[in-house]
Ligand binder design. Structure first.
Ligand SMILES: *Cc1c(COP(=O)(O)O)cnc(C)c1O
Length: 435
């Protein structure tokens, strides 16, 4: 008989506190700099964009931050997520390595981990009197998560969607509109920056960096309107640590002891799903010295961790955001259009950058074709079609499992979302038409 495959927690076993990595970092986090003065930013300067509680979380040195009851109750509709042993994948790979994944796409209404922070951000905004949120979205995963959360907490939601995706991926736009959001293609005629770009090129395809500039401009211009970001910032990564905190309990159930997995793997756009799974384990490693290798999988189309510089850079194209010290390809870099839209970002979270810089996290980069081949293997063995972003993590898992073929090792990875809205990419893969 097959061994047990799924490890579930009850709703009341969901974490009651988030895990803050900032006080655990081996080197202090370099402070964000004000774009006006190039001096360390005064947190007050962020109050035009974010509610105070999120700014507090952004700079907090507390080890654990209590999850408010209202957020826990809302998260309980969609969590805990399962930990699953990938037994058929192990058999396919003929490996002794035990492979587990945390699946964030199963109960999430929009199919990925992003809703974990969308709910928290919508809650704090409502509590502090915000009436509308603006944001950007690439392929639409973040926009749809925020649209859903805004509906739950009675906020208006305005999404600036990268023009190329707005035209090519109508389904995600439909989801956002169904949840009640207003969706505009970016560059748009709603901001001076957007107008300038459109006058230079009426067919401008847009980019995430441009859409961020536009969403920030709108938030600053309108009353009771704030801005929301789906990755990169400390508070966003913090909200995602429910993933790893649950996984610690589930891994104990699965392996009957806690040493934690030998490898932890996640894909990286801005770093939030990777951090969500890995940070609670990295904290165990820092405190208790358990041996573990954390692997961050990125796309060759936006390989900032492998090939970027570690320096201060802007988060957006119009250079409006604070400067963050991070691995970056440059804020003007526009990644080629790959189907893993969520990985097309020029920079990566500052906390993750410190961990890479100190050798605590190792980057690996994968081509689109390799990621889709890994996705096909996974879909056939586990019966889940992964998001093209998550497929990059699977490619890394397959490499690691092959390298340690005959060893009694364990791998845990984050299956950050499903790919049921990405079938166009799969269609091109099957037709051999991927770039
Ligand atoms: C957005 C997204 C990512 C990349 O963003 P991170 O902040 O790095 O997690 C990865 N996977 C899925 C499914 C996404 O939607």
């Amino acid at each position: 008989m097959r061994k047990r495959k799924r490890f579930e927690l009850d709703e009341n076993e969901m974490p009651k506190k988030w895990c803050n990595i900032l006080p655990e970092l081996p080197k202090p986090l370099p402070p964000p700099l004000s774009p006006a003065t190039n001096e360390p930013l005064n947190p007050k300067e962020l109050e035009a964009l974010f509610p105070k509680e999120l700014i507090n979380q952004e700079i907090s040195k507390e080890h654990d931050i209590t999850i408010p009851k209202e957020i826990r109750e809302t998260l309980q509709d969609i969590r805990p997520s399962p930990l699953i042993r990938a037994q058929r994948l192990e058999e396919f790979l003929k490996t002794k390595v035990r492979i587990y994944y945390k699946y964030e796409g199963e109960r999430s209404p929009t199919g990925s981990h992003k809703v974990n922070t969308a709910i928290a951000q919508a809650f704090y905004n409502t509590k502090e009197g915000t009436e509308s949120l603006t944001t950007e979205t690439g392929a639409g995963q973040w926009g749809s998560a925020l649209a859903y959360a805004c509906h739950l907490f009675d906020l208006n939601c305005k999404v600036m969607m990268v023009k190329a995706s707005y035209d090519q991926k109508p389904h995600r736009r439909t989801i956002m509109e169904l949840f009640g959001a207003e969706v505009h293609p970016s560059p748009s005629s709603k901001t001076e920056f957007g107008k300038k770009l459109l006058s230079e090129d009426p067919q401008h395809p847009g980019s995430l960096g441009i859409a961020i500039s536009e969403a920030i401009t709108l938030a600053l211009k309108q009353e009771q309107t704030k801005y929301s970001l789906g990755s990169v910032l400390n508070h966003v990564l913090l909200h995602q640590t429910v993933i790893g905190l649950e996984a610690i309990q589930q891994f104990q159930m699965a392996e009957n002891e806690f040493l934690g997995p030998d490898f932890i793997v996640g894909c990286v756009g801005g770093g939030s799903n990777f951090a969500g799974l890995a940070y609670p384990f990295i904290r165990e490693k820092m405190r208790n010295g358990y041996e573990m290798q954390a692997v961050a999988a990125e796309s060759t189309a936006a390989s900032k961790m492998s090939d970027g510089d570690y320096r201060y850079d802007f988060g957006d194209t119009a250079n409006m955001t604070p400067l963050l010290k991070m691995y970056t390809l440059g804020s003007e870099y526009i990644p080629p259009p790959i189907h893993a839209g969520g990985l097309r970002y020029h920079g990566v979270a500052p906390s993750l950058s410190v961990l890479i810089n100190t050798g605590n996290v190792s980057p690996m980069k994968y081509k689109q074709q390799t990621a889709f081949e890994a996705a096909e293997i996974f879909a056939k063995s586990e019966g889940i079609i992964p998001a093209p972003e998550s497929a990059h993590a699977i490619a890394a898992v397959i490499d690691l499992a092959r390298e340690s073929k005959n060893e009694e090792k364990t791998i845990l990875f984050n299956l950050s979302g499903h790919g049921l809205f990405d079938l166009l990419g799969y269609q091109k893969y099957l037709a051999n038409e991927l770039e």
